[in-house]
Design a protein around this ligand. Structure first.
Ligand SMILES: Nc1ncnc2c1ncn2[C@@H]1O[C@H](COP(=O)(O)OP(=O)(O)OP(=O)(O)O)[C@@H](O)[C@H]1O
Ligand SMILES: [Mg+2]
Length: 252
């Protein structure tokens, strides 16, 4: 099973969009995917049109239910552990726990019937984010085509190294995904060039700006349901190809 976190400290760079549509693309190909929403904004369930969340990750963290009891079926092959606002309170309690950085490892260990666990993360350096890094083996970082987002990605790398040192283990940065790419804007080309200089062949093809991608979550649909012939659908399908074809991780 592959465990991947979609991470980045900057807000609005396409983390949730990537989590939902990468997960949906993989699920359509027959991969069994579990999305885990670790952000209090609870955007993953909204984007998938799931309004009636009774049990959330917060209940799992407060040991009211097991993670398996919290799993919702979102689409064929695509399950979800949703979030909600009470995650905020649960997070405050977690601070008091022993081994509080490794809680996801303990709570999700029974969820083995999947090919992928994909975690959506909040744009903050919170205990949730640290748990996500401690849980996954692979990290995908979306970077929007703005100079500030590029600076954010560099800061995030430093942060990730610090967490990895403290945890004594590091999740591998597998892919940098350029998002909101607009060929008409010079800044897009500039940020792409800078990303390639920094991260080399970890940088994927860009996800282009596409109104369909911004409309789909409002309809509770993935891009493949809302606009299957859109640029966004093509770009996320291609990203799923790249993720599937990544060589297995080798540990030093
Ligand atoms: N390629 C794109 N083209 C157009 N709109 C997009 C694109 N990618 C994402 N969006 C839209 O931009 C907004 C921000 O995207 P998203 O929610 O995925 O970012 P995020 O990094 O998860 O944000 P947050 O940090 O708040 O969790 C959303 O409304 C989304 O629908
Ligand atoms: Mg988000």
């Amino acid at each position: 099973m592959r465990k991947i976190a979609i991470l980045g400290l900057k807000g609005g760079i396409g983390k949730t969009t990537t989590c939902v549509n990468l997960g949906a693309a993989l699920a359509q190909r027959g991969q069994r995917v579990l999305l885990i929403d670790t952000d209090t904004q609870a955007n993953v369930s909204l984007a998938l049109g799931i309004m009636d969340v009774k049990k959330s990750l917060a209940d799992v963290l407060m040991r009211k239910v097991t993670a398996a009891e919290c799993v919702l079926s979102a689409r064929p092959n695509l399950d979800l552990i949703p979030s909600d606002l009470s995650l905020f309170k649960a997070q405050q309690r977690m601070v008091l726990e022993v081994a509080r950085e490794e809680i996801f490892n303990e709570l999700f260990s029974e969820l083995t019937a999947y090919d992928y666990h994909i975690l959506d993360c909040a744009p903050s350096a919170s205990l949730m984010t640290i748990n996500a890094v401690a849980y996954v083996d692979e990290v995908i970082i979306p970077v929007s085509m703005e100079m500030l987002a590029l600076a954010g990605a560099r800061q995030f790398l430093t942060y990730l190294r610090t967490i990895s040192r403290l945890l004594g283990r590091g999740a591998a940065i597998r892919l940098i995904v350029p998002t909101f790419f607009d060929a008409r804007r010079r800044v897009s080309a500039e940020v792409m060039t800078a990303l390639k200089a920094d991260f080399g062949d970890k940088v994927t093809h860009p996800i282009r700006v596409d109104t369909s991608l911004s409309e789909a979550p409002g309809k509770g649909k993935t891009i493949f349901e809302y606009a299957p012939r859109s640029r966004g659908a093509a770009d996320y399908a291609q990203l799923a190809d790249v993720v599937e074809q990544l060589p297995p991780l080798t540990r030093a």
